[in-house]
Each structure stands twice: as C-alpha cells, then as structure tokens.
Design a protein around this ligand. Sequence first.
Ligand code: ASP
Length: 213
Amino acid sequence: MAWKQSLRDRNGENNWTDGLDAPGAKPAGQALRRMFPGASDELIAWALEMAVHPPTGTINCLALNSKGEMSGVTTTSGLAWKIPGRVGDSPIIGAGLYVDQDVGAAGSTGRGEENIRAAGAHTIVENMRHGMDPKQAVLECLKRISRNFNDDKSKLEKFDINFYCLRKDGAYAGGSLWSGRMTRGYMAARRFAVNDGGESRLENCVYLYERKS
Ligand code: ASP
C-alpha cells in the first residue's frame, strides 16, 4: 500500500488505489501503525522507506558444492503492473535459469521479454561450453540482446537486463546491459553477491554500455 501510494503519474496523480488521494484518506504510515501498534516510530519509518525504495529485488542464485554438483534458482514477482497472465522469463528453463552439470549455470534478472528472445541462460551456458570464459559468455549474450534492437541505444536505455553465471570450475561473472542505474538521484553501479567460502562480498558486473544519466 505504501508503495502504491507513492506512485504518481507525470501530472502527480495516483489512480491506482481506492481513495488514497481522496479527502480523508489515511497515509500509509497510519495504516502501518494500526497494524503494528507496538512498533517504534523508527521501525515504521524504515518500513515505509523500504516499501517505497526497495533496496533489493529478484534473485538468481547459482551454487557449486564441494562435490562439484551445481544448482540454481531464480525468484521473481514478475513485473509491477504486468498484464494478467504474463509469465516472464524466470520460470522458463533456458531463459531465466539454466544449469548443466558438465559446463556450468546461468540466470537472469531484468526485462524478461528480452531475455526470452535470446534464451539468455542457455545461450550463456552454451557459450561457456564452446570455450568462452564467464565474462565473455555473458557479454556475448548481452550483444545479442542489443542486436535485437539494431544496437539502438535510445531503445535499449528503456530497460535493464542482468546475467549471472558460474562455471563448473568455480569461475563466475555478473554482467548487465548498462553500467548502472539511477537510484535516488545517484548512479549506482551494477553489482552482484559472491560467497566462495569466506565472507560474502559484492563485485561489479561487466557491462555492455556506459549509462551516463
Ligand atoms: N525477469 C523478471 C521478469 O521479467 C523480472 C525480474 O527481474 O524479476 O518477469
């Protein structure tokens, strides 16, 4: 509700939720306060901030265990305001996720329609099968997506797409179409999380195009 309430069209109007803009409508904070009467003001403020500016989203997670077995999963809620019935790429094996015990695994987040057209996760695993290292494998797939738009950046800049891959020997990469994204007024680099037995860390994705603004 807080998230919906924060959405505005370019005229500053919000027609998504019943009565939220109507006289007497209760701000989302008051609704939370009613639902969680014991919560502190700081906690309510934090919950509203997280709802309006979610810091994380879909996850593709790829794993290699000490026996050399690989596994993977891709979560998603799909896209905000998706057409009812839209499936997206995440549950489509070969698009949102692909694992081959002989070669490696790959997965994706971002605009699923573009990934499905490139069968991204499968393409990346096949690229590795034919000798590319994980970074090359991801970048080559991103180039295919770019080619689907004749490399027209004015069209490509309308969406983001990210790939992650892990080779059978433990080599890995994360890659994105654009170098970063605007978050709350600043350019945030695209990063992905890695754990190879010690402390978890974030690493920068390789990318195809530099986003300037
Ligand atoms: N890939 C998802 C989809 O298109 C979106 C996401 O990253 O969650 O449905």
